[in-house]
Design a protein around this ligand. Sequence first.
Ligand code: GDP
Ligand code: FE
Ligand code: FE
Ligand code: FE
Length: 187
Amino acid sequence: MNREEALAIVKPHLKQERYDHTVRVMETAIQLAQTYGVDEEKAEIAAIFHDYAKYRPITEMKRWIESTYLPKDLLHYHHELWHGPVGALLVEREIGLHDKEVLEAIHYHTTGRAHMTPLDKVIFLADYIEPGRKFPGLEEVRKSSWEDLDYGCWMASKNTVSFLMSKSQPIYPETFHAYNALTNKIK
Ligand code: GDP
Ligand code: FE
Ligand code: FE
Ligand code: FE
C-alpha cells in the first residue's frame, strides 16, 4: 500500500478537518523519522491510520472493547481515549494491516505507554506538534522535538498530564506510565 492508496482508504472515515490533521501528522512523522533514524514507511502508514476510529460511534467502540482483547479498564475512562486502541484493532481487521509495530503506535498514540518504541514516540509527538495544533507551551515542545526525541515526548507528556490535572480530569494509567518512563529516561 502506497501513500496515496492509504490516504484514499482513510479519507471516507474522517471529516475534512481531521483528514487535514492526518496529512500534517504524516508529514511531521516522516520528518521526525528521518531525524531520528526511524523507519519512514512505518511512520507514514501509522500516521495515516492513527485516527482511523476517531468518528466511530461511542457505542460501537464500547462493544469492541468489551468483546475483544482490548483492556477493559478503558471503559472507566473518557471515551476520547478509546479511538487509539479501537483504531489499532480495526485497522488490522478492516484494512488487513498486520504490522505489530505500526498497530502499537496507533494503539498508544493518545496516551503513550511506558518504554515507548522509537516509532511510538514519533507518532505520539507528531500528533502533538503538527503545525495545525495550538496548545499552551507548544512552541517549546516543537523546538525540543527536533533536538531530542525523548525530551520532546517528555514535554508533550508532561503538558498533557498538567493540563488534565488542571481540569481535574482522571488520568489513564498508561498516560502516567509514559510520563514516568520518560522522566526517568531524560535525566
Ligand atoms: P487527536 O485524536 O488528534 O485529537 O489527539 P489525541 O488522540 O492525542 O487526543 C485526544 C485527547 O485525549 C487530548 O485532548 C488529550 O488531552 C486527551 N488525553 C490524553 N491522555 C488522557 C488521559 O489519560 N485522560 C483523559 N481524560 N484524556 C487524555
Ligand atoms: Fe487521536
Ligand atoms: Fe496525541
Ligand atoms: Fe490525531
